[in-house]
Design a protein around this ligand. Structure first.
Ligand code: UD1
Length: 418
């Protein structure tokens, strides 16, 4: 999908079903490398990044069979894996870096091209590298590759992360499952995606405790076995629908949505005037007036997710009152604001703060998606604009939102691919 055409003005009403989380599914797929044999992942989202990860695993020697009808993937992992992930693959998505931990654990050598991914700011790998180094690996960076070697095997270590990085926690955790001895990760990420990955590893036979807390302990085992696991529901897609309901003064029931993984964002929506109720199988967000502006600061989980920052900025852009949104995780995320300015939003960015003065309605204009979440934020902005908005580079949205245009149409929006 190159372009999306969105006609503003619809109230979104109805029910959407949320599938598995991108940021879980990709990590689970990478972690299957740890156990030779066939693993199965269900509740897979139908997104482009899953295809990229399948291609990457295939190049490492796996047989990957994505079953579209049942949203499952079967991954046959060989006894001997390749150990190189090339740039043409890795540049397509950041999550490719998640093969680093499993490859060094299994093959004692890994060469992974430095990832590309979203243009949301510099995304270092120093925490990943430091962690593996503390476990006895020699890690260097040459010709655009990270090269990690541990000929004598990885050893358990106590690792304190400078920042609770999701990716670093995941790579260290996967690498530690097959290391000798015990690894303790302090200041670990607490995101539900990390917990989902940890539970997947436990079902493969890994010994892990402390998931969801600041300290994760992994006792190395000699071997892991293949498993079957259902991907956790996508909290960012669920949250996007929640903001869409509040902004369009609509009423959306989010089937499979986990309100318990969205406590702060949903509290903010209630503060903005929405009514949020949990249902037996998800939750519902209803709004019948113009939202009231809310201040937000993004933080690692359970803080307000940086991936929903474009949605809250967009809500504030049409809310009553002024607000400050502070970005504490990715410095480049405010690139999205330039696109909103094209729609007439009143926003001033100063460092990692955005000051927003709400106006009644945005005004349609051509805009471009710069990353997955910015793309989704622009769709929401277009829905509350006067006129027809064309969103360029809409392929970004397909990387994270399964069948977004069709789901929007089912809720009453006039959205089409062009
Ligand atoms: C993951 C998610 C992304 C989400 C982010 C934060 C995936 C594929 N992506 O990204 O959608 O926005 O978590 O919830 O799961 N950092 C370093 N050095 C490192 C590692 C990270 O400086 O070695 C910095 C990053 O530049 C960033 C911050 O730490 O400023 C957080 O990054 P991290 O939590 O690692 O995010 P990702 O795993 O890349």
């Amino acid at each position: 999908m190159e372009r999306l055409r969105v006609v503003g003005g619809a109230k979104l009403v109805g029910t959407v079903r949320v599938s598995g989380a991108k940021n879980s599914a990709l990590k689970l797929m990478a972690a299957t490398l740890l156990a030779p044999g066939q693993s199965k992942i269900t509740n897979l989202p139908a997104i482009a990044d899953v295809e990229y990860m399948a291609e990457l695993l295939t190049r490492l020697g796996c047989k990957v069979d994505i079953k579209r009808d049942s949203n499952e993937v079967l991954i046959d992992v060989p006894q001997k894996l390749g150990h190189r992930a090339d740039y043409d693959m890795v540049r397509k998505m950041r999550a490719s870096i998640n093969v680093l931990g499993p490859l060094i654990a299994r093959e004692l050598v890994a060469e992974v091209a430095l990832p590309g991914g979203d243009a949301i700011g510099s995304r270092g790998l120093d925490f990943h590298i430091n962690g593996l180094t503390e476990m006895g690996a020699e890690v260097s960076s040459e010709h655009g590759f990270i090269i990690a070697k541990a000929p004598a095997g990885l050893k358990g270590a106590k690792i304190t992360l400078e920042f609770p990085s999701v990716g670093a926690t995941e790579n260290i955790m996967t690498a530690a499952t097959l290391a000798t001895g015990t690894t303790v990760i302090d200041n670990a990420a607490r995101e539900p995606d990390v917990v989902d990955l940890g539970e997947f590893l436990i079902s493969m036979g890994a010994k892990i405790s402390g998931l969801g807390s600041h300290t994760i302990t992994i006792e190395g085992v000699s071997k892991l076995t293949p498993t079957t696991h259902a991907t956790l529901a996508d909290r960012i897609v669920s949250g996007t629908w929640a903001f869409a309901a509040a902004m369009t003064q609509g009423d959306i029931t989010i089937e499979n949505g986990r309100a318990d993984h969205l406590e702060l964002p949903l509290d903010k929506l209630v503060e903005a005037g929405a009514v949020v109720t949990t249902t037996k199988t998800g939750f519902r967000v209803k709004m019948d007036k113009r939202p009231i502006a809310v201040d937000v600061a993004t933080l690692p989980y359970p803080g307000f997710p940086t991936d929903l920052q474009p949605m809250v900025i967009t809500l504030n852009a049409i809310a009553e009152g002024t607000s400050i949104v502070t970005e504490n995780v990715f410095e480049g995320r405010f690139m999205f604001v330039n696109e909103l300015l094209r729609l007439g939003a009143k926003i001033q960015v100063d460092g990692h703060h955005a000051a927003i003065t709400g106006i009644k309605q945005l005004s349609a204009a051509p805009v471009a998606a710069t990353d997955i979440r910015a793309g989704a934020g622009l769709v929401l902005a277009a829905l509350v604009s006067d006129g027809v908005t064309i969103i360029e580079d809409a392929f970004h949205i397909d990387r994270g939102y399964p069948d977004f245009p069709a789901q929007l149409q089912s809720l009453g929006a006039d959205v089409s691919r062009t």
